[in-house]
Design a protein around this ligand. Structure first.
Ligand SMILES: [Zn+2]
Length: 488
């Protein structure tokens, strides 16, 4: 009851404050002013409905709140054209305090997690046809946390060798410490193929972000390099699990098929947002951002969206300047320690042969290519499309699953993303003779299969089939990029 009172009190404060306070204007930093980001996120375009939308502070952590998703529902908003394609609609969702998170976005509908004690139809009164997919998000998360508690107890009874046996390891998700130990163990088993880097940098909470390099000693100094990373968004557990599956299969296949690792080196950060990931294991299963408290924020908001914080046209649309938002871009471009760690590792002197980079997310089954921040056609659109479509087709051949290959901007605007950074000017300054095959891949499930509810809580029996289809896709991708490098 106390928490409910606290929530409503905060809601009232929020309503009062946002009625009189302009949104933050962002900070200095290489991204410069936040011109376009703030262009649409004022209240002016959304006068009706705005008052009832302001109910709570989604990123505020109430101390001792063991039920963070109480009063949360998941609703589906049908896309009546041209509604879903309107920037103003996207901005509304990203800058409304009742909207905890936009879960998926398709041409047919948008699924949104909202925090409300009232009927969603009342929360979004200006929209018709809104349907409730999940009436009690807390119940959904509680069931998953109970399931995990049982599986973790079973794992705890095993010795390391039994736990790391592939059949056991890939039967479920694992905590950060276990993942680190697993990679270390795998590198010990394949010392000629894997280099384990204990820390490429620290998170806000001083946790080590690990790095992995995979490749044989053949052509070690000349072969092209590719970058993979995952776990930017804490709740997208299938991303790090898929990267583990990829590494495991590539090294175990090497004895029978050495071609790939003789001709390619992979540079991998398997779990970027360690703090956020650990937070998801504490019951806050649907947490997305990192865990840095935002200084001087009136509402005590926590966390920056690490895939809106890269210095790649940062703050130029598709992100929020409100710290409470799930897509908060941060106070300045590249402000977050996790983004800084990956950038400095990416620009390591030994990484001058990079020709491609993939950032693995979930969900919706998408292969997204540059750009996210502008409608402008990427200079290498032809090759980027061919390779993206090829990834899609390789997946379908393995599992029959339909992924959509498209430009990110054609789905929704997003700036400050990793994949635009991989492709854009900053990397160009460092590797001036080329551009990279840069993609964001959204893994299982599809937006329709998820039914808006369990998209992030993907059943663990999906780990292996997801890994198998992505393994095939990655093999195709590496081969295509090696044969068709993008030159400037
Ligand atoms: Zn994501």
């Amino acid at each position: 009851m106390k928490l409910l009172v606290a929530r409503l009190l905060v809601g009232l404060l929020v309503a009062t404050a946002t009625a009189t306070t302009a949104p933050p204007t962002g900070g200095s930093g290489s991204g410069g002013e936040t011109r376009s980001a703030n262009k649409h996120n004022t209240k002016h375009g959304f006068t009706h409905g705005q008052d009832v939308l302001i109910l709570d502070s989604p990123s505020h952590d109430f101390v001792g709140d063991t039920q963070p998703y109480r009063f949360h529902k998941i609703v589906r908003i049908p896309c009546a054209e041209p509604f879903c394609s309107k920037e103003s609609f996207q901005s509304l969702l990203q800058n409304s305090m009742a909207v905890v998170s936009v879960l998926s976005w398709t041409s047919k509908h948008v699924d949104v997690q909202i925090n409300t004690v009232v009927d969603p139809a009342s929360v979004l009164p200006f929209l018709s046809g809104v349907s409730v997919l999940v009436d009690d998000v807390q119940d959904l998360v509680d069931r998953e946390m109970n399931r995990l508690a049982l599986s973790q107890a079973a794992f705890a009874s095993l010795d390391m060798e039994s736990l790391f046996a592939p059949d056991v390891w890939f039967s479920d998700y694992h905590k950060y410490d276990q993942i680190v130990a697993w990679f270390k163990d795998l590198s010990d088993k394949f010392p000629d193929l894997i280099t384990f880097i204990p820390s490429i940098g620290k998170t806000y909470l001083k946790k080590d972000i690990i790095g992995i390099k995979v490749g044989s000693s053949v052509n070690a100094d000349t072969k092209p390099q590719f970058w993979f990373h995952s776990g930017d968004h804490a709740r997208e557990w299938i991303g790090p699990a898929t990267v583990q599956f990829l590494v495991h299969n590539l090294v175990t296949e090497y004895a029978s098929n050495p071609t790939l690792l003789d001709s390619t080196e992979l540079i991998i950060v398997p779990l970027m947002n360690v703090d956020g990931y650990e937070h998801t294991w504490s019951g806050n299963r649907l947490w997305r951002k990192n865990r840095r408290p935002i200084k001087k924020d009136f509402f005590g908001s926590v966390g920056v969206d690490l895939n809106r914080n890269w210095p790649a046209h940062w703050g130029e649309g598709g992100s929020s300047s409100y710290p409470f938002s799930d897509t908060y871009m941060g106070p300045s471009a590249g402000s977050e320690p996790e983004v800084q760690s990956l950038i400095s590792f990416f620009k390591n002197d030994n990484h001058t042969r990079l020709i491609g980079a993939i950032d693995f997310h979930s969900f919706s089954q998408l292969i997204l290519r540059p750009y996210g921040w502008t409608e402008e056609r990427a200079p290498d659109e032809k090759h980027l499309k061919t390779a993206g479509d090829g990834i899609r087709d390789a997946i379908k051949r393995v599992s029959g699953k339909k992924y959509v290959s498209e430009r990110e901007i054609d789905l929704y605007a997003a700036s400050g993303t990793a994949s635009d950074w991989f492709y854009d000017e900053e990397v160009q300054e460092w590797l001036p003779d080329r551009r990279l095959y840069a993609y964001t891949i959204e893994l299982r499930p599809s937006a329709d299969e998820a039914n808006g509810a369990n998209g992030f809580i993907l059943p663990p029996d999906q780990i292996v089939p997801t890994g198998q289809e992505i393994l095939a896709a990655v093999k195709y991708y590496l081969d295509y990029a090696r044969k068709n490098p993008l030159k400037v």
